[in-house]
Design a protein. Sequence first.
Length: 399
Amino acid sequence: MELFKNPNFDFLGKKWPFIIGSAVLLAAGLISLGLKGGPAYGIDFKGGALITVRFVSPPPIDKIRAAISARIPGEVSVQEVTSGLNEVMIGTELRSEKELDAARATMIETLSANFGQPASGKVDLNNVGAAVLADRMRGPLQQAGVPLSEEQLQELMRAILSYRDTPPRSGLLTSIDELTAVPGVTPSVVSALKSEAYLSGFAIRNVEIVGPKVGAELRWKAIQATLLALAGMLVYIGFRFEFIYGFAAVLAVFHDTVITIGLFSLFDKPIDLTVVAALLTLVGYSMNDTIVVFDRIRENLRQGSRLPFAELVNSAINQTLSRTVMASGLTFLTALSLWIFGGPVLNGFAFALVVGILVGTYSSIFIASPILIFWHDFMKRRGSAPVAVVAPAAKKLAK
């Protein structure tokens, strides 16, 4: 599908505004990283404890932060989840393995004391596990005349908690009477539950604990994965085209990655495993976009084009314009939707995709291509042969 009929835009004539813009973004990002001592790592990389909590009503962020900070020394972050589920994410800073486990227990105890409205001697049905609930309900159900074998008791407790954890409740019951919708929950069972359980105003939805050693190891492996991906692509493109083409493509992708990380620093966004996944995705995406342009340059050279090299490169960009707009445009719209509607868990991943697609698309045109032209002109001034883009197999045929 051709969106443009014989386009003839002077892309390379407009390269300087984009090169200057890239230089400004690179400088701003690197300065921000330097002033902040590097990127802001998420729990995956720096270690810590992170608890996701859902509340019955809109959570009082300041009250939660004050209550947790009073019990746990050091930095405590409380981030509201903007998906309309009354959820917050509570995190602690880097600690030792023993301190992390203690911090998790302290956070849960503090939430129960301040927001749980505990009933004396009763178990919190919104935050209890199936085994504990079965042990608690075994005697009361027998006294209530509900004959259940051990297997039936365990199955009933699992069914109750499965109902609790299924949307739209998503872990938070507001009335024990709701459980009458669960098969096997009779009025006698409801009565026994009311005598032994209560419903707090919050539910622990998820608990993550990452030790400092594991975080450091994950961080190093993420750096290794990115560098190895770039090195592998340099080798492939150097073999498939010429080394200068591989160098230009890898430099453009490195440019995309640094700008994206710099923007994360400027906007104080943490980098976690999902962001690394997005960065690796963008490495491949941007490289593929660059290879499409390079391949068209090679085809034009093989056809014996007499155009000056700069015009030939500009022509190749125009010839691939429809493909670039369709591929990048549709991917960008998808990533933008994910960023807007995906919620905080996917925010970093989607933000990296949005930024990376924009930067990666223009870098293929205004960064990688000018590098080729610069090298071609440099070699021409030295009296060397112009840059060739003939694959090894084609070179052998030429001989």
